[in-house]
Write a protein that binds this ligand. Sequence first.
Ligand code: GLA
Length: 738
Amino acid sequence: MILPCGKKTLTAFAAFAAIWVPVGAETLHVATPGTSLVLEATEGAPLKFVYYGERLGAADVDAMMASAPRTLDAYPVFGLGALRETAMSVTHPDGNMTLDMSVSGVSESDGADGSHTVTVSMSDKHYPFGIDVNYRTYPDADVVETWVEAVNKGKGTVLLREFASAYLPIRRSDVHLTSFYGAWGNECRMEEKRLPHGMVVINNRDGVRNSHTSHAEVMFSLDGQPDERNGRTIGAALCYSGNYNLRIDTGSSDFHDFFAGINDTHSAYNLKKGERFATPPLALTYSNEGKSGVSRNFHRWGRNHRLAHGTDLRKILLNSWEGVYFDINEQGMAQMMADIAGMGGELFVMDDGWFGAKYPRNNDVSSLGDWTVDTRKLPAGIAGLCAQAEKNGIRFGIWIEPEMVNSVSELYDTHPEYIVKPTNRPLRQGRGGTQLVLDMSNPKVQDLVFGVVDTLLTKYPQLDYIKWDANAPIMNHGSQYLSADEQSHFAVEYHRGFAKTLDRIRAKYPDVTIQACASGGGRANWGVLPWFDEFWVSDNTDAQQRVFMQWGTSHFFPSVAMASHISAAPNHQTHRTIPLKYRIDVAMSGRLGMEIQPKNMTDEEIAMCRKAIAEYKQVRPVVQQGDLYRLLSPYDGKGVASLMYVSPAKDEAVYYWWRLNNDVNPQLPRVTMAGLDPDALYTVHELNSIDKEPLPYEGKSFTGRYLMSNGLEFPERHNVEYSTLNDYCSYVLQLKKK
Ligand code: GLA
């Protein structure tokens, strides 16, 4: 679609053919269906930022360009002019540390995926150094992906010291920041605060896992306290698998200066003659429907354009970890497969403990790297397990941790040169006291890691699913492969090697489902999701803590990617005893699975899970592909959390209500719904019901208007036998348009 545009205004929207536009003073209108980013590209001058927000019509763009100031560079560089934070700084071969960039051209291109990219090329006024600033859009998504490519056009080496992906100025008013922090077992906790003066820095230094301690995604609520339903809100996600750095500087100007990119600390990069350095993209969106609006924009973009198989429904699985841990054997696997098949599950995943010949993997101190099946535990091998799965009418998947090695392994015995390690230093070892990281910057290691997956999938084409784990940080900074002057490239080169390897795997095996696990939720980032179908939200499967973690995670990631499993009580991480009904109701709000030993469950529990799985299959398209409306936050301390998914056609919805404490007479708020068609009639049906009497509105129909303005009341306690009363209460409703 070509949009009407004023004179000298280039409105960029997917569906142009590749063209080169000569520049005078050009207005660049990078438009998505609901948002506009407006820039001014004048030949010989720096690229200027003018506007980012709600979609503008041509008349407003023209009027704005005739009147708005052009004070802000769209990609600020270091050295000349005002001393603000910058996105890029370099040292030229002669020692000059400044950049003086100006626009030299604008080009456009269309991608095979329907995307459209505008590239503004800038050149230094004196030195042979260029920066291409890119903006990619899609016709059906309100997200702009922006990144830069630095090019050394000279003969000497240029040192890149700072290399952010993007800069966005955010006009000061009463801007609040939503960000995410955490730790192992407590990933993606939400934090909200008014942006303070000075600098807010959110960064990651793990080297391998980048979403345990903090997240590379933030939201800015522009007009005061963050709100789920209303208000101008910007969302930003750095799409990268490695260390990142987000900075928000609030100084003496009228703007909060937001920068996002690779964490360049300890990572100065020597850009050789002719070399091009591409940063990862920052994905940006804007919504005036509050934080949930931003989430829906990200989910839609992600499902349609970024997540592997984002528009496909996911299978319901049983993963063996919490059921048997390392105690893998043929009989146990067969029993678990039969049990999950009997409950209506569709896939069984064998976790850690299945491999190692010379060194059997009986615990976490050995064997990573030796990806041969341990035939003492599994005499019929993986082929036997695949056959067993087929017999049960389900699919089979397997756990690997291919970037890692134990110092007790045949791989380490034969290739100690493959590990990440600086010269002249004793090794620090991770998990089990023996875990080390393989040097993904080394092409031989890339081949090896590709080979692990390639061998498995070639030998056992029936394998349907891979759980790809990564359980160690970089503790020995240094590469045995890179040269002395490339040591500071290591963090970047590790992730280039990781990307190359995953690209090769996906080129050969586009259909296999791959889960990103990294000590739980260490790889929940849009940078890895083009190769992965989903991620493990956390090793903590406690349903109540999951309400908080999944709430945070849902801000940027769709439920189809959020692996959410029913586990045992007492919970193995918190030792809290949560009734099965509540565990099911929480797990059913994401990609449902099980993480439990079914043989320890009672017949009644098995029956309840069988029923829940059958009901989940009914609502799976809405849960996994619907629009998310977060309604009442667990972080608000109101005693209840609630959210819902609505199908794009608004003809079906699934509503969740979870109580969070057990006070008497808690005076809980009634939660109003959202996202429904006000004029449609919806019939209410409770899923996973355990009460003696149905809810009073079971089978009754209400207009969307009533449900959104009034909402439904929920009993504070379940109506069950006195002896089975407990301190948890939750409800899941299916709403169907009449
Ligand atoms: C990590 C993962 C777990 C499990 C174990 C196996 O901790 O997060 O889910 O796979 O490794 O060792």
